[in-house]
Write a protein that binds this ligand. Structure first.
Ligand SMILES: [Zn+2]
Length: 409
């Protein structure tokens, strides 16, 4: 083991021999590269770099190395089980206390990391800030998981995404932070920031009443004063229009967004986090086979329109169900198929899972590429994903911040 000084600390040097190194940003795949990692950061990248004496050498000469993947829309601490809760968020929340949700979140976090996701943006549905606690536990090394950006409580008009009309005090569950007036919005945003939110998540249109464009502008301005971006769940045509018109950082889902609004999104710098559900995930949400096929088809059709409109699309999955034989990580990777069906080429899919996502999350100076100075978040797979994007489903090596977290033969 070679120890070099890095500031006042001493850091271990690791040399990764990569058979092929993919840069999603420029779309290149370079043969026989060496990546030198010192502590948590990439020190140098290039062909034929001298490997310092005593460095730990990782032989990935038979593999393709690429930046760690991002999922910009997770709910690690949420699990809907339609056989128990009918797919209703309030019943999901009432069935599990925060401790269980955090523990389950920790299991999901490990599954995501092992599948190749080194960074996730977790967008609420974590009850009483289980997401913030999970982020802390991962940071402290108590549990294994991706770097997490967390939203805290989802801010929404009264009722959030609850469909059950029950007693008012039951509705005041921590799952959502209801806010309708400007004063309530201000308090809700500041409360989330105080408790540690990295991003403000709003549900624009979970009920018949929705936030107006001006409400959303107010939310963006208040969050922006503390340096936070706004992610807006929009499930209706009008909701998508308002979020895009207001200029949120990302519109989540946007399944009903019109071509005009997708063009406006490009102009306003709004990113689409598309979350196009595979059919088996929709069935786990409670759809029958025909319904799942129809909904999936409509979502892929919107993804095609968004790709044509030319706005940045960021990979996000919104998984909050269990599918037998799958992990949260393998389920997340299965969303790649929706991009393939929409005719999006491998390089663009890779960009949506790395550089575009890093920019949306505001971490592009630290993560999302394999360059000197950045944190060493990288993965490897036997085949080149630029030739066949399905190679991402065979990731067998994962390094997060310079530490090997998965290495399969
Ligand atoms: Zn979601």
């Amino acid at each position: 083991m070679l120890l070099l000084s890095w500031g006042s600390a001493w850091a271990q040097v690791t040399a990764i021999r990569a058979g092929r190194l993919v840069d999603p940003e420029v779309g290149t795949a370079l043969d026989n590269q060496v990546i030198l990692v010192e502590g948590s950061r990439i020190k140098a990248v290039g062909p034929g770099l001298a490997i310092p004496e005593g460095a730990t050498v990782i032989d990935l000469t038979g593999a393709t190395v690429l930046p760690g993947l991002f999922d910009a829309h997770t709910h690690l601490c949420a699990t809907l089980d339609p056989s128990q809760d009918g797919g209703e968020f309030l019943l999901m929340s009432l069935r599990s206390r925060a401790g269980y949700r955090a523990l389950r979140g920790a299991a999901h976090a490990r599954e995501m990391l092992e599948a190749g996701f080194t960074t996730v943006r977790d967008l609420g549905n974590a009850g009483d800030y289980a997401d913030i606690d999970l982020r802390r536990a991962i940071k402290e090394g108590l549990v294994s998981g991706p770097t997490m950006l967390a939203a805290g409580r989802i801010i929404a008009p009264f009722g959030g995404q609850f469909g059950v009309r029950t007693r008012r005090e039951v509705l005041e569950d921590p799952e959502y932070r209801f806010a309708d007036t400007r004063d309530e919005l201000l308090k809700a945003i500041r409360e989330n920031i105080f408790f540690g939110a990295d991003v403000i998540k709003v549900v624009v249109d979970g009920q018949r009443y929705a936030y107006s464009t001006d409400d959303l502008r107010f939310i963006i301005a208040e969050a922006g004063k503390s340096g936070l971006k706004v992610a807006a769940h929009a499930q209706t045509k009008e909701g998508a229009h308002r979020a895009i018109e207001a200029g949120v950082a990302s519109i989540e889902h946007g399944f009903k967004a019109t071509d005009e609004d997708l063009a406006l999104a490009k102009k306003n710098g709004v990113v689409l986090v598309s979350t196009d559900f595979p059919e088996d995930v929709l069935r786990a949400f409670g759809w029958d086979a025909a319904g799942a096929r129809r909904v999936h088809g409509n979502q892929v059709e919107r993804l095609k329109r968004a790709w044509k409109a030319g706005l940045p699309i960021v990979f996000g999955t919104d998984v909050m169900v269990e599918v037998q034989g799958q992990t949260r990580g393998s389920l997340a990777l299965s969303y790649i198929d929706s991009f393939v069906e929409a005719g999006i080429p491998p390089r663009a899919i890779l960009q949506s899972m790395t550089v575009h996502a890093a920019r949306l999350l505001g971490v592009e100076k630290e993560r999302g590429a394999i360059k000197p100075g950045l944190l060493a978040d990288l993965v490897a797979t036997p085949r080149n994903p630029l030739d066949d994007i399905q190679a991402l489903k065979q990731i067998h090596f994962v390094m997060k911040e310079g530490r090997v977290v998965r290495r399969s033969p």
